[in-house]
Design a binder for this molecule. Structure first.
Ligand SMILES: [Zn+2]
Length: 468
């Protein structure tokens, strides 16, 4: 159907030189493929055909490797008024173990690189760029790069596709600011790896949302792309149709967590050190995978999910705050019970969990998660240390289980159960301004310690903008 619309528009563009038909063709093509709008050299039918042939020749459509069958959304387009950055030079260096690509740009842009198998490729998605490169650029490669091609793939989005001699890992991918008369530079480092490592990385890329996937409609869209501060995502548990747990006196978890998290956001923001974003800022339902995606989209360096627990009447008494990290095996039966309860959020809202992509790649993701997990554990320990003083902690304050909200493979994540709404003492604290403020301060201290020690550690540091 879509192809027929496009073919019709194309036929009209061929027979009618009225530029409106070219626009119609472009609109139809955009609809049909979701990946068009290459630069139109002039508005007539023959150049339309020319451009389409060019697009096919360049293979700039969605790559359809064995691993990737999913459409790959592009970085968010810059406002229309902005002139696109200009790429003026490309340099390749290195050998068949390590290869570096450097592209000179008129100004800094966002980038995202990922790999595809069979044939082996690296795809770099960037906002729309005006490529003013010498003719024949990309026909010959160097090191692991056989050749490369580049161009617009959609309005506002350009792409560079590298053909590789074998499997690689993207070990660096970042854009440097212009300095001392030097242009901005995009740097990509590729290191040869074995096929298994390559496939694992590709599977993660293709089974999980990417950092630059379009944000969900309700997400706040603020993107300070030039702001170098780490992004901390705060996640107030439950919301909308899913109230979470309920105190005997009627207080709802979703309200308690939103109030607490809003206070925590203000405290974290006032340090000036972090970009703080919340997965929800009102009483709306956000599914768990959406929250994880939200954090990944923003390349968050931390995700802190805030909840309150409750024990059913007659199932004993528990009190105090607990910090949870992700693990395959719940640390005890009580923790498994809690993880099951928290993971039911999507069931409550009628979300089809069978369609969730993260289950498919669980095993693969687990492999990549080890480093992230050690960071999460590091933060959890800081939190326990700080909160021990300010808040009242559970007798086993750090536990772990398979919480879905903690499953981002590249965002260190913790879940804090502030306390039990089923416990009178905990509930009294949960609604107390002074307790909230003390506990918020403790969390802020823990986050500050986390970033200081993490980046001071050297080996643990993962540079901003680097592809994990
Ligand atoms: Zn909860």
């Amino acid at each position: 159907m879509a192809i027929r619309i496009f073919a019709g528009a194309l036929a009209k563009a061929m027979s009618n030189r009225d530029s409106d038909w070219v626009s119609a063709g472009r609109a139809a093509m955009h609809k049909a493929t979701g990946a068009t709008a290459l630069r139109w050299p002039s508005r007539n039918g023959s150049s339309l055909i020319h451009v389409i042939v060019l697009a096919i020749a360049l293979d700039l459509g969605w790559p359809l490797g064995a691993v990737s069958q999913m459409p790959v959304p592009l970085p968010v387009a810059p406002p229309a008024a902005e002139t696109p950055p200009i790429a003026t030079d490309v340099r390749l260096a290195g050998d068949d173990k390590q290869t570096r690509m450097v592209i000179d740009l008129s100004h800094k842009i966002d980038m995202r690189a990922f790999t595809l198998a069979d044939p082996y490729r690296v795809v770099i998605d960037i906002p729309q760029v005006n490529f003013q490169l010498p003719p024949n650029t990309g026909e010959r490669g160097r090191g692991v790069i056989k050749a490369f091609r580049y161009g617009l793939v959609m309005s506002g989005g350009s792409r560079i596709v590298l053909d590789l001699t074998g499997p690689v890992r993207v070990t660096k991918a970042f854009v440097l600011d212009p300095v001392d008369g030097q242009p901005a530079r995009m740097v990509l480092n590729l290191t040869t790896v074995d096929r298994e490592t390559f496939l694992r990385a590709a599977a993660i890329d293709n089974h999980l949302p990417r950092p630059s996937d379009p944000p969900p409609a309700r997400a706040d869209r603020e993107e300070h792309t030039t702001d170098p501060r780490p992004v901390v995502v705060l996640d107030p548990g439950h919301g909308g149709i899913d109230p979470g747990t309920r105190a005997p006196s009627g207080e709802l978890e979703k309200n308690l967590t939103l109030e607490f998290t809003s206070m925590l956001r203000n405290k974290l923001e006032s340090t000036g050190k972090y970009r703080v974003v919340m997965t929800r800022s009102d009483d709306t339902f956000v599914q768990l995978s959406e929250r994880v995606r939200f954090a990944r989209q923003r390349q968050a360096q931390l995700l802190i999910s805030i909840h309150c627990d409750a024990l059913a009447r007659g199932s004993g008494e528990a009190e105090g705050a607990t910090v949870y990290t992700l693990s395959d095996q719940a640390s005890d039966a009580e923790t498994q019970r809690l993880a099951d309860a928290e993971n039911r959020a999507d069931v409550i809202a009628g979300v089809d969990l069978a369609a969730e992509p993260d289950d498919i790649a669980d095993i693969l993701i687990d492999l990549a998660q080890r480093e992230t997990r050690s960071f999460s554990t590091h933060l959890a320990r800081n939190l326990v240390n700080e909160m021990r003083v300010a808040a009242h902690l559970h007798k086993h304050p750090h536990r772990s289980a398979g919480f879905r909200i903690l499953k981002a493979p590249d965002v260190p994540s913790v879940l804090i159960e502030l306390g039990y709404v089923s416990n009178a003492r905990d509930l009294k604290q949960l609604v107390s301004e002074s307790w909230r403020s003390r506990t918020g301060d403790a969390i802020v201290h823990a986050v500050q310690t986390y970033f200081t020690t993490r980046f001071a550690g050297g080996t643990a540091a993962r540079a901003q903008g680097e592809v994990p």
